[in-house]
Ligand binder design. Sequence first.
Ligand code: ATP
Length: 506
Amino acid sequence: MKNNEDIFKKVISHSKEYGFVFQSSEIYDGLSAIYDYGPNGIELKLNLKKYWWDSMVRENENIVGLDSAILMHPKIWKASGHVDAFNDPLIDNKDSKKRYRADTLIENHIEKLISKKNKEITKASKKFGERFSEQKFISTNTRIIEYITKIDLIKEKFNSCLKSENLEGLKNLILDLKIVCPISGTSNWTDVRQFNLMFGTNFGSTNDIESKIWLRPETAQGIFVNFLNVQKSSRLKIPFGIAQIGKAFRNEIIARQFIFRMREFEQMEMQFFVQPGKEITWFNKWKENRINWHYKLGIEKEKLRFHDHEKLAHYANAACDIEYDFPFGYKEIEGIHSRTNFDLESHSRLSGKKIKYFDSKLSKSYTPFVIETSIGLDRMFLLIMCNSIKEESLKDGEKRIYLKFPFNLSPVKLAILPLTKKNDLPIIARKIYDDLKTRYHCVIEEKDSIGKRYRRQDAIGTPFCITIDNESPHDNKVTIRNRDDMTQDRIYINSINNYINDKLIY
Ligand code: ATP
């Protein structure tokens, strides 16, 4: 895989070939930005959910779970601001008839300038070697100064348009920057318009306007409207959190990049309720906690970064994203938001119900402030695929492609491979399978040469393969092969479990 484009294409084709992700409704030519997960995909997804759920609910005494319904009272989306403000600015190119998000066109333009600036710095650093001082170069080189000034100016105009919802300003910026449609190559743009991303449907048997409800665009609101139910039934004291994993739906304007931006996807969200005034301390704690969660999976530190929001959503007083260096650039995988008391107050106002917490330590009631951590399960899945896919040339000139998943995430933990069908080897295989199947996901493979079977297990990221050979019935031993370095150990059958357990760390 020569470059990032190759890696991404390989991730997509590999996902299909090895049963991870399929285009939904494929036999009817598919449904755009909707995907199905195959036998290995669902195992990876379940392992990701478990890793997240355990880190929230099992490892924190003060975080509990919830599973709220997808369909909720339509007033919820009025109170949350989604009916009025869950919009993206869209723009069409009149020649190609292609539709884009106006903000994304400008963001991509800024990214291009940043990458040009960084290339100049790398070039200079190579040229000057050890004598190179990056700081001095940035502050004195005229080209770099020009880039920085230009980038800052565009960002300033861009943020001011977003803040004041100045759609005409966004269009003018696109024209001023001479941004063209990648398909037609022209700047023959329509005006920018707002587009609401919620999917609507009808509730019950009537079709009138009164029965219109929404598919939830985020799982968070289910937590807010159950705040008192959960707090009272679980006798929780602030600070505490409520975690939830579930589907969300957004009618995205453009849905590209495989499962990165989908119209139906899953979120893993946790809302953490705190005393007013303490929210920024907790915001910083959760930022730290969440980035460490990613590091613990072995993701290289330089591939992850924080991106603090300059334009804050209507409900937030601080917000940041964790971004990962995907083959198509740094993109958001998780948002950490300080949501103030906006949602609880808003629901209280519109429902007419008091949503307050009595703080016995302070002897007073207040509406708690909220820190949210929200990660897309499908985006995390894509991150793990992109980060794990490896290609390697072997001594015999062959190539192997393997998925270097963290062991706890691998769909299959152990493949049991009897070398032949003779000498009772399949019976031994079945016995090992029966002993271990409730502890890990195991498979038995009897067909094809052992080399081919190894390649197949490498391709789905199985960390351990054991081979049962003609010696096994005599010495009660098997050969265990490690996926990453292909080293092999000969071990007793009754020590397989310990061998694997020792290595099943993150
Ligand atoms: P983006 O800027 O990429 O549209 P967002 O800021 O709107 O994302 P949030 O509303 O903060 O996203 O949602 C939290 C998380 O849910 C995101 O970090 C992302 O991982 C995931 N997510 C959001 N939209 C989608 C989508 N269309 N497809 C897949 N995952 C998504």
